[in-house]
Design a protein. Structure first.
Length: 81
């Protein structure tokens, strides 16, 4: 069954934690069918200020649910919550 959840992942090219977090999110998307947007904050002053120290930041329906690390089971549980 398709989910109506929207997930946004904020990343930057120099973020070593971003690729592993995206892998977790994309793996869950294959099973749980949610809308995924990836936003590169590089060079955007407002986004840099809001997210740089918390990268990667993962929002679910507009609320930050994960920062730095995304644990697969916790992420899947948050999507159902």
């Amino acid at each position: 069954m398709a989910s109506s959840k929207r997930v946004t992942v904020y990343v930057a090219g120099d973020c070593s934690l971003c690729a592993p977090a995206l892998e977790v999110v994309r793996a869950a998307q294959a099973d749980l069918a949610f809308e995924l947007t990836v936003v590169d904050i590089t060079g955007d002053v407002e986004l840099e200020r809001a997210y740089r120290e918390r990268l990667p930041a993962v929002e679910i329906d507009g609320r930050v649910g994960f920062t730095h690390f995304v644990e697969p089971e916790s992420f899947r549980a948050a999507l159902h919550g």
